[in-house]
Design a binder for this molecule. Structure first.
Ligand code: NAD
Length: 480
């Protein structure tokens, strides 16, 4: 049954949108419309920013509360989100094609865990300290909230990536305008319902779904103090330019093309490592920014590694996102499928050898692409340099450890990565040499306690961890 909304969540209440334009997300497994919401326009952004401003400037409001008091509100919100877990799973998966098994973990359980992690940091307090001055006397140093936040999020993990901004911003005492991507709007309205049920003060969280022009309007809005963005590197650059001109703090989580380095001693027993391999290379139908889609294999074991990844990819269950057994669902949109297919064509044109997949599965509906493995390409190939954002892996040969590290670092990006080995200490040594914001040894999953983000074209700044909280705070020193 279609899920339809006629109003927008602004200022703690449901208000009529400024125009009759609507967004109608499509289920990429069935190609059917799943619902519709009003499409936010500039006037709606103005109203949402004004509500967030009022909430922020209220001298007895959210930003002025003790952090411990905000933590109580955040825990209530986490409870309300948990109470809607099934709804989040269903809405996310039906809009972006994320298999329900993946959505259950990462779009229902994970966001509320991130929120609880940050409510824990807020509950600890300590946002103000008094320290002795080097020249004598005392100095009060406070971590104050930055102000009104514009949170611009993509469609691939809409709830988790919203929470990467919402949770630290709330802990800091900021107020927000969240702009979801047009592909995934229904889950954002469920979040708005959770915010309302949790009784957060009006205007602390506002939700206005819209396209990129209206997103750009939010980014440049004179009454916004900080931008948190996750999305493509191209959009990130445009947003950074605007924020640079305005001297507006910005955190950018952008694209990736990470390396999964298989060491000489790695045991490729799929029964043992299959799950970890899946999460770190093909999670969410390959539409995950941190995936190690360049598999680096020692030349002496190249054929064996190709065979193992071929068996791994070929063994995954492809199907409708709503099927609990599905491991690989469809691409989020028809456009995204076209993009992935054009990369596969390019890989073939560059003399890559497809060892499994390469086409569409035998399904009569949906934007599906088979999990695909390429062999016989080196790191200069387009497949190895550009982010594909689909279930496509390229296995590249290396000669010795230094060569593996060189290839891993020969990329415009640096977001995630993994090292596969039977010697974890040696794996960690290799991991430390890779130019990347995050990397795992025999596993990978962003932990709420650890800063997450990228180097080079993968972004600016970090989300998660106490560092992610600091990104929503500004420091004030009072010389007492
Ligand atoms: P996108 O950049 O096109 O859109 C992301 C969001 O930004 C959407 O809400 C969109 O409406 C908005 N937007 C686009 N251009 C804008 C502009 N100039 N000003 C303001 N808002 C703008 O990205 P996408 O295709 O939706 O998402 C996929 C991309 O996101 C991939 O490249 C992926 O690697 C990246 N991503 C990165 C991370 C990370 O944490 N590093 C996580 C997930 C996705």
């Amino acid at each position: 049954m279609a899920i339809d909304y006629d109003t927008l969540f602004i200022g703690g209440t449901w208000v009529a949108p400024s125009s009759s334009r609507r967004i109608s997300p499509i289920d990429p497994s069935t190609e059917e419309v799943v619902g519709s919401v009003p499409e936010g326009q500039e006037a709606d952004i103005d109203a949402a920013v004004a509500a967030a401003r009022r909430a922020f400037d209220d001298p007895s409001g959210w930003s002025a509360w003790e952090p411990e008091r905000r933590a109580v509100g955040m825990n209530r919100l986490a409870d309300e989100i948990d109470a809607r877990a099934d709804g989040f799973v269903q809405r996310v998966s039906s809009q972006n094609g994320m298999p329900v098994a993946v959505a259950r973990q990462l779009e229902a359980g994970y966001p509320s865990a991130v929120l609880r992690y940050y409510s824990g940091l807020a509950a600890r307090g300590g946002f103000t300290e008094v320290r002795p001055g080097f020249f004598g006397g005392e100095i009060e140093v406070s971590r104050k909230p930055l102000g009104v936040v514009g949170a611009v999020v993509p469609w691939n993990f809409p709830q988790a990536l919203t929470m990467f901004k919402l949770a630290p911003a709330l802990a800091a005492g900021c107020t927000l305008v969240i702009k979801p991507s047009p592909e995934t709007v229904l889950d954002a309205f469920l979040l708005a319902e959770a915010v309302e049920a949790a009784g957060l003060p009006p205007g602390v969280v506002n939700v206005v779904p819209a396209g990129r022009e209206v997103g750009a309007y939010l980014v440049a809005h004179p009454d916004v103090d900080k931008i948190g963005f996750t999305g493509s590197t191209a959009a990130g650059r445009a947003i950074a330019e605007t924020c640079g001109r305005l001297l507006r703090p910005v955190t950018l989580e952008l694209g990736g093309k990470s390396a999964a380095i298989v060491l000489e001693d790695a045991e490729l027993d799929l029964a043992q490592i299959g799950e970890g391999l899946f999460t770190s290379t093909l999670l969410n139908n390959g539409q995950t920014c941190f995936l190690g889609t360049r598999v680096l294999a020692p030349r002496s074991r190249y054929d064996e590694v190709v065979d193992a990844f071929t068996a791994f990819a070929a063994g995954l269950q492809v199907g409708a996102a709503s099927d609990p057994g599905t491991q690989i669902g469809p691409m989020a949109t028809g456009l995204q499928r076209d993009r992935v297919e054009s990369y596969i064509a390019k890989g073939r044109a560059e003399q890559g050898r497809v060892t499994t997949g390469g086409g569409r599965p035998d399904l009569d509906r949906g934007f599906f692409v088979e999990p695909t493995v390429f062999a016989g390409l080196d790191n200069n190939a387009t497949m190895a340099q550009e982010e594909i954002f689909g279930p496509v892996l390229t296995v590249i040969a290396y000669d010795g450890l230094d060569d593996a590290v060189r290839i891993a670092n020969d990329s415009d990006f640096g977001l995630g990565g993994t090292v596969w080995t039977s010697d974890p200490a040696r794996g960690a040594e290799v991991a430390r040499r890779v130019q990347t914001g995050t990397i795992g040894v025999n596993r990978y999953i962003p932990d709420p306690a650890a800063p997450f983000g990228g180097v080079k074209s993968s972004g600016l700044g970090r989300e998660l961890g106490p560092e992610g909280l600091a990104a929503y705070q500004q420091l004030q020193s009072v010389y007492l």
